[in-house]
Ligand binder design. Structure first.
Ligand code: ABU
Length: 378
């Protein structure tokens, strides 16, 4: 469904301005992540995923996920949004750098983890799993084309990380072997990733105009926030932590989701602490606990939490895509004044996420704005 009919413009400053051009992932050839240190931050010790680590996902599950991804892409196209799709590689081959080797790659779902669009720039993130080290290659043809078509586009890449054992906490697996242990580690801000080098998944960054918010957690370290602050030196980069009863926290886009200027929904199992709320409060932002998911469990072979229910794609400040079975989340959005577009998507969840994860912005109307004119000292 590649459509280069319209001339490309790269421009997206936040998560809510009217969306006009987006990348939607594909499930083809996706593999269950091999057993490597980073997965201990997310994949439970008793998860069935561990038995299939490094194997390609079943053809049947890939076909079902692709059907929902294609339908979602078609829905966006019908609404006048240009949709591009990544290039599928042979993800089943072992992959290596001089520092390590793993049994397989991962896939090209979800693009949101790989590409961070800030204004006219698309930045390739490092990612934190070894099996995802080469995933940027799936987007290179698209980025090359955007670069050629839009003379104002900035195409950047964070220094490729080494991802040696020094990048992961050696004691994490053992300390995190129970939920109590995991919650203790989270409360002490001790994550599976160390501070050896800047590493992050792009889905850990929220774009809110002049302010960028980066979760400090299992898939983004403080070095990454520092790197981003120096790189986007005209922005203000804030590091956030989230605490609660969810032992398997991961990305900020299933944690803290801005819907329009002044309004955020927050996963109640991963709350923003009072001290970090202050910036939002003094700028009159409302932080509302997100609705409870309909499902008690994630689908089989899925490592994301049930709060993928809140992982929505905002099409404009009045319209939002929500997973079709998540009627409670839909109702909350309706009460918050949104037109809700239900999108069947649970078959995609095992491939790495929901409606926001499965996309990466290329163009949203709008420009750089300051939504946080009042800043805290320091
Ligand atoms: N982007 C996927 C997030 C999944 C999770 O945080 O549970």
């Amino acid at each position: 469904m590649q459509n280069f009919a319209h001339k490309t413009i790269v421009n997206s400053w936040n998560e809510w301005d009217p969306l006009r051009h987006v990348i939607v992932g594909r499930a083809d050839g996706s593999c269950v992540p091999p057993l490597e240190p980073a997965v201990d931050g997310k994949v439970p010790v008793d998860s069935a995923m561990r038995q299939f680590a490094g194997s390609q996902r079943s053809e049947e599950s890939i076909a079902r996920a692709n059907m929902q991804l294609d339908d979602f892409a078609a829905l966006l196209t019908r609404r006048g949004i240009r949709v591009d799709r990544p290039q599928v590689l042979n993800f089943s081959e072992p992959t290596a750098t001089p520092d390590w080797q793993v049994e397989s790659m991962f896939g090209c779902m979800p693009p949101r983890d790989v590409l961070l669009t800030v204004g006219k720039e698309i930045l390739e993130a490092t990612l934190t799993y070894r099996c995802r080290w080469f995933e940027y290659l799936c987007y290179r043809d698209l980025l090359q084309a955007y670069f050629q078509e839009d003379p104002g586009m900035r195409w950047e890449s964070v220094p490729k990380p080494r991802l040696t054992d020094a990048s992961y906490r050696a004691s994490f697996k053992q300390e995190a072997s129970t939920n109590v242990g995991k919650l203790k580690l989270l409360s002490e801000r001790r994550y599976v990733t160390t501070e050896a080098e800047p590493i992050f998944d792009a889905a850990e960054v929220l774009r809110m105009g002049k302010d960028l918010f980066v979760q400090h957690g299992n898939t983004a370290n403080l070095q990454a926030a520092r790197w981003l602050a120096r790189h986007f030196h005209e922005h203000r980069v804030h590091s956030l932590n989230f605490f609660g009863d969810d032992p398997y926290t991961m990305h900020i886009d299933a944690t803290f989701v801005p819907l329009r200027p002044g309004l955020i929904i927050n996963n109640p199992g991963r709350s923003l602490p009072p001290k970090q709320r202050k910036l939002f409060e003094i700028n009159d932002w409302q932080i509302v606990p997100s609705a409870h998911p309909v499902h008690d469990l994630s689908p089989p072979m899925c490592y994301s939490g049930v709060f993928l229910s809140m992982n929505c794609l905002v099409l404009d400040p009045k319209t939002v895509c929500i997973e079709a079975s998540e009627v409670q989340q839909q109702e909350q959005m309706d009460q918050l004044g949104f037109e809700v577009i239900p999108v069947p998507f649970r078959d995609v969840y095992p491939f790495g996420g929901g409606l926001h994860c499965s996309t990466a912005d290329v163009f949203r109307e709008g420009q750089l704005e300051d939504y946080f004119p009042h800043q805290l000292p320091g």
